[in-house]
Design a protein around this ligand. Structure first.
Ligand SMILES: Nc1nc2c(ncn2[C@@H]2O[C@H](COP(=O)(O)OP(=O)(O)O)[C@@H](O)[C@H]2O)c(=O)[nH]1
Ligand SMILES: [Mg+2]
Length: 259
């Protein structure tokens, strides 16, 4: 029945025929959990006092636990994160991968979600990613930054480097991966048990995806998010990290697998 078929009440101005609103549906889910799942967000930070504030302001309320791994910051990163109720863990040994491995060892959630502390990845996308993760029935969901809509977010050099690295990973592992360097992932914590994560540096981002692709019991998928320009100073060294990541990719592909 279209709304035009209802006659306007000339006196009260409303519609004559009563529209019955459905009763709120009660679910059996525990209110404090996202569909009965405990969600842990892990954010590695090296001097991200500006970015981490913006990230934590936008963090959805259903996230159960936020772990900020403070990788030897000399600014107010830890204080800002604590003021938002995050669980701040200090990891004095530098390195992106190192920070993540420390964070994983402290995580308790059924699902782990990661993002940078620089406010380049969207915390608002967490619910969308979780829904996609559950709907697609996967174990590891990679959030691809491509296509990049914000022209300030990524230089041509970065886009080109990312494309080369992602193409190399796709060819080496026989699986199309659009963004091998993305730092935003959603995965079941239990899959970490079968992973062999060695990198302490920036190559960790591709290594965790390689492990997901290599494990036949891990269902992998990828979905686009909106990536924007970071706040604060960039920690990545494009040439050094780019070439090292390519070398790491080849080394991992052709070396014997350690368990
Ligand atoms: N490069 C780097 N990043 C770190 C380190 N420890 C923590 N991080 C954090 O890891 C995230 C990724 O670094 P970023 O400079 O944003 O790299 P990009 O996103 O690849 O450009 C940021 O939140 C950093 O603050 C570290 O030792 N090295
Ligand atoms: Mg970043």
């Amino acid at each position: 029945m279209g709304i035009s078929s209802l006659r306007r009440d000339p006196i009260r101005g409303g519609f004559r025929r009563k529209i019955r609103l459905p009763r709120p549906v009660r679910t059996s889910y525990n209110d404090s959990l996202y569909k009965d799942l405990r969600i842990t967000v892990i954010i590695p930070c090296l001097n991200e006092e500006q970015g981490i504030e913006k990230v934590l302001i936008r963090m959805p309320a259903f996230v159960d636990d936020i772990i900020v791994v403070d990788n030897g910051s000399t600014d107010r990163t830890a204080d800002v994160a604590k003021s938002f109720g995050a669980n701040v863990i200090r990891e004095n040994v530098r390195g992106y991968g190192r920070a993540y491995k420390r964070g994983f060892s402290e995580a308790t959630g059924d699902i782990i979600i990661t993002l940078d502390g620089d406010h380049s990845y969207p915390p608002d996308a967490i619910s969308y990613l979780l829904e996609a993760f559950l709907h697609l029935q996967v174990d590891f969901l990679n959030a691809s930054r491509f296509p990049v809509r914000d022209s300030e977010a990524m230089s041509f050099k970065h886009k080109f480097g990312n494309f080369v690295l992602s193409l190399a990973m796709s060819l080496l592992y026989f699986r199309w991966v659009r963004d091998s360097q993305s730092g935003m992932w959603v995965f079941r914590r239990s899959i970490l048990e079968g992973f062999n994560l060695e990198s302490d540096g920036m190559a960790f981002s591709e290594e965790i995806k390689i492990e997901a692709l290599r494990n036949s019991n891990v269902r992998f998928s990828e979905i686009s998010i909106l990536y924007t320009s970071r706040l604060g100073e960039m920690k990545l060294n494009p040439w050094r990290d780019g070439f090292f990541n390519l070398y790491f990719l080849l080394k991992k592909r052709f070396s014997a697998r350690r368990k």
